[in-house]
Design a protein around this ligand. Sequence first.
Ligand SMILES: NC(=O)c1ccc[n+]([C@@H]2O[C@H](COP(=O)([O-])OP(=O)(O)OC[C@H]3O[C@@H](n4cnc5c(N)ncnc54)[C@H](OP(=O)(O)O)[C@@H]3O)[C@@H](O)[C@H]2O)c1
Length: 224
Amino acid sequence: MRTVLVTGANGLIGREFTRQYAADGWRVFATGIGMDSLAGLCAEYPAIAALEMDVTDFARVEEVAAQIDEPLDLVISNAGYYVDLLKRFGGTDYDAFRRMVEINTVGPLHLAETFAPLVERSLWKKMVFISARQGSISLNVTGGAYGYRASKAALNACIKSMSIDLLHRGIAVLALHPGYVSDTDELAPLTGAESVRHMRSVIRRYNLHETGSFLMFNDNPLPW
Ligand SMILES: NC(=O)c1ccc[n+]([C@@H]2O[C@H](COP(=O)([O-])OP(=O)(O)OC[C@H]3O[C@@H](n4cnc5c(N)ncnc54)[C@H](OP(=O)(O)O)[C@@H]3O)[C@@H](O)[C@H]2O)c1
């Protein structure tokens, strides 16, 4: 049985990763804040283990890793925080900026450092980070969103370094943009289920020779 750990598993995209991998027969360690909201899904799929885990709480992340102590084929760092996306220069909310860096950059790096030994023991050996196109410096033509863009660009920098540092341990690292995803906004091109279906096929396909790539949900490469 393949195993996956997902962060932010009770959000739109995290819940879909959890549901689709469980439906495919995987053992899913679904982590997040307020995991009671996943009770229905856990009842439907007994292979889901729901665990409280705030990615900024280092002690708790390490405790969860010690509890699991089994090979993890895949870790999906999905938890994310975004506010103030429309704020322009002069209107930056610095508390929100710091929080985005904590959750979108520092948390994922610490998660990777904590779980790499469990991933290394598995067959797949993959770590995927849900980044964002807004973290691409080259594609920024509209400005604004300082905190979100900076936190995801910094995440991308960490992913690139990890791909180099983890190569000799056989761990393949990937930055993935899920697309613009919503189950409520009719203008969004993708629902959570559609985006995750696409991303799962990219995750299945990509391997060590492409470690450190930044890809869209549909497998198209993105510039840093
Ligand atoms: N949706 C899009 O169009 C889009 C586009 C580009 C990138 N992304 C990225 O995709 C990922 C998932 O986004 P989403 O659209 O599914 O958003 P979402 O529905 O808001 O889900 C984000 C999840 O992360 C959780 N989270 C926040 N802070 C956390 C922390 N400190 N520890 C653990 N979990 C935490 C949230 O929990 P709470 O609800 O309790 O805060 C929520 O469950 C994010 O990394 C986001 O940046 C999304």
